[in-house]
Design a protein around this ligand. Structure first.
Ligand SMILES: Cc1cn([C@H]2C[C@H](O)[C@@H](COP(=O)(O)OP(=O)(O)O[C@H]3O[C@@H](C)C(=O)[C@@H](O)[C@H]3O)O2)c(=O)[nH]c1=O
Length: 188
């Protein structure tokens, strides 16, 4: 299991060791002991799967209060996945980092509590699978506009398919201050 730091402190990419044999392959998708050396001790309480067609963009989503850390991966197809630091008072507030996740590269991406998250499907179909450190709370569910100019996210698409909720999401600057995570986030 190879752990790769990104340019956004706290967000890390995990590349599992893949054991191939005549039957197919095996890999550990998550191993808490092997991530412990990176200051992580993750306890997941919810798992989710979504399926998206090419050009579908989900995001940017976060939960506050009751922040969710997310450990995300793709089990069919390919996505461009982005994490944005929206923690008030964070030295990297407003910065983002992105990674291509695919069934082929088997990369996993850890997005800590307090970050907004989104992705766009690059393949005809993308099946996305993730574990969360807090359960879903519809009242705390929140979003930021995917194309907020202040964030200047370099999405690989210009006219994605969005949910109505995501199309109506506010710009970061228009979110009431008490609706944003506070740095440091104490966890779920
Ligand atoms: C996220 C979620 C949604 N739902 C329901 C609410 C709604 O009726 C339906 C679809 O919800 P959404 O449109 O919010 O689904 P989606 O746009 O896929 O939301 C997800 O997007 C990615 C980017 C994330 O980071 C996730 O945390 C989550 O916010 O599923 C749950 O019951 N539990 C959940 O945990």
């Amino acid at each position: 299991m190879k752990v790769i730091e990104t340019d956004l402190p706290g967000c890390i990419v995990v590349e599992p060791q893949v054991f191939g044999d005549a039957r197919g392959f095996f890999f550990e998708s998550f191993n808490n002991d092997k991530l412990a050396g990176h200051g992580l001790d993750l306890k997941f309480v919810q798992g989710n799967v979504s399926s998206s067609s090419r050009g579908v963009l989900r995001g940017l989503h976060y939960q506050w209060p009751k922040p969710q850390g997310k450990y995300v991966s793709v089990i069919e197809g390919e996505v461009w996945d982005v994490a944005v630091d929206i923690r008030r008072g964070s030295p990297t507030f407003g910065q983002w980092t992105a990674v291509v996740l695919s069934a082929e590269n088997k990369r996993h991406f850890w997005i800590p509590e307090g970050f907004a998250h989104g992705f766009v499907a690059l393949s005809e179909r993308a099946v996305f699978s993730y574990l969360c450190t807090a359960t879903y709370d519809a009242k705390a569910d929140a979003g930021i506009r995917w194309d907020d100019p202040a964030l200047a996210i370099d999405w690989p698409v210009t006219d994605p398919q969005l949910s109505d909720k995501d199309a109506r999401a506010p710009l970061l600057a228009d979110v009431a201050v008490d609706r944003l995570p506070v740095y440091p986030v104490s966890g779920a």
